[in-house]
Ligand binder design. Structure first.
Ligand code: NAP
Length: 317
């Protein structure tokens, strides 16, 4: 059998280039582990792909907030000087052992870290997927808020993504409606208050959107509120009804997850499979924040170092 070249064997393979993956990779490399980081899309996770222009209000050290893509650029500068091998490849499979198969090659590693995050949940209503194609009116966040200037936009959901989307659109959209299926919200109270106080968002509570209508793009929405059916003309709809884990490449491994597929870990970020760790939004955490993702990276790297190098103090951690 052909043996793998040095470039194909690592101490640590991190799958996913959001903050949890980046920080795990950087901190492992700082401890002189040989690390590869695989990302099939853009580095920086949701901050780069979903909301590059959003001002992140709660990252320590930036009291006025910082634009998401600026934060990502800083992380990437850090990554560049860390010694981590970055590979723009799609991980197709991870086998116990640990072999990682991508769309280009096979690799071996002592540790695999799953940091593939989440994607927006689909609502599953008629016309949603047809109109979610470029510019047809279904979005999962206003990634380029300026595109909504003068538009009639309807946001669905009662979590932080929905409330943040409504706040992003204030002073841009002509009309903002937010539909939530309950009376109260699960988003941060402070931001819900900002939405309420703005006087610019029409709140439809105990309501539900059941269909999207239009010929080539979104034109109208059909809603139900307390048994009544309503129709509303809109230019765009923002669906923010939660997140689902990106776990396709790992499903067969027998990882312990919750009922929604989020990976269970112990306090060292270890999964139930030997050598496999998980960090960030794909794990079962009550709080999905970038500061939590960064902390997962620090915790995981510490325990990965112990696992790979087996220093004398390892059993204390
Ligand atoms: P989320 O917290 O799971 O909220 C999803 C919302 O969608 C809930 O209000 C839920 O209603 C509603 N929903 C779910 N299924 C629905 C359906 N079929 N029809 C209508 N409504 C439905 O998701 P998220 O807002 O995307 O946030 C995900 C995580 O990221 C959270 O931990 C959040 O705190 C975090 N996050 C933080 C920030 C920030 O720090 N600023 C920003 C974005 C996200 P119910 O309330 O009735 O369940």
């Amino acid at each position: 059998m052909k043996s793998l070249s040095e470039d194909e064997e690592f101490d640590v393979i991190v799958v996913g280039g959001g903050l949890a993956g980046l920080n795990t990779a950087i901190m492992c490399a700082t401890r002189h582990l040989k690390v590869a980081l695989f990302e099939r899309n853009k580095m920086g996770g949701f901050l780069a792909t979903l909301y590059p222009s959003k001002i992140i209000p709660n990252y320590p050290g930036f009291p006025e907030g910082i634009v998401a893509i600026e934060l990502v650029r800083n992380w990437l500068r850090h990554l560049r000087f860390s010694g981590v091998k970055v590979k723009n490849e799609t991980v197709l499979d991870v086998a116990k052992g640990l072999t990682v198969t991508t769309d280009k090659k096979k690799y071996k590693s002592k540790v695999v870290v799953i940091a593939t995050g989440t994607k927006p949940r689909r609502l599953g209503i008629p016309n949603e997927s047809k109109f979610s194609k470029e510019g047809r009116g279904v979005y999962y966040f206003p990634s380029h808020p300026e595109d909504f200037l003068g538009k009639k936009v309807l946001v669905i959901g009662g979590g932080d993504t929905a409330i943040d989307a409504a706040l992003e659109l204030l002073n841009l959209a002509d009309e903002i409606t937010l539909v939530h299926r309950r009376e109260s919200f699960r988003a941060f109270d402070e931001n819900v208050e900002k939405v309420r106080k703005s006087g610019l968002v029409d709140l439809i509570l105990n309501g539900e959107v059941v269909a999207i209508k239009g010929r080539n793009r979104v034109e109208k929405l059909v809603m139900k509120q307390e048994g009544k059916k309503l129709e509303k003309r809109v230019d765009a709809i923002m669906i923010a009804v939660g997140l689902v884990p990106n776990n396709e490449a790992f499903k067969h491994l027998g990882l312990r997850t919750d009922e929604r597929g989020f990976i269970m870990t112990d306090r060292a970020q270890r999964t139930n499979i030997e050598g496999i760790f998980a960090v960030g939004d794909i794990t079962y955490v009550g709080l999905r924040l970038i500061t939590v993702a960064a902390a997962h990276g620090a915790i995981a790297s510490h325990h990965i170092y112990s696992y790979v190098k087996k220093p004398y103090w390892a059993r204390e951690t």
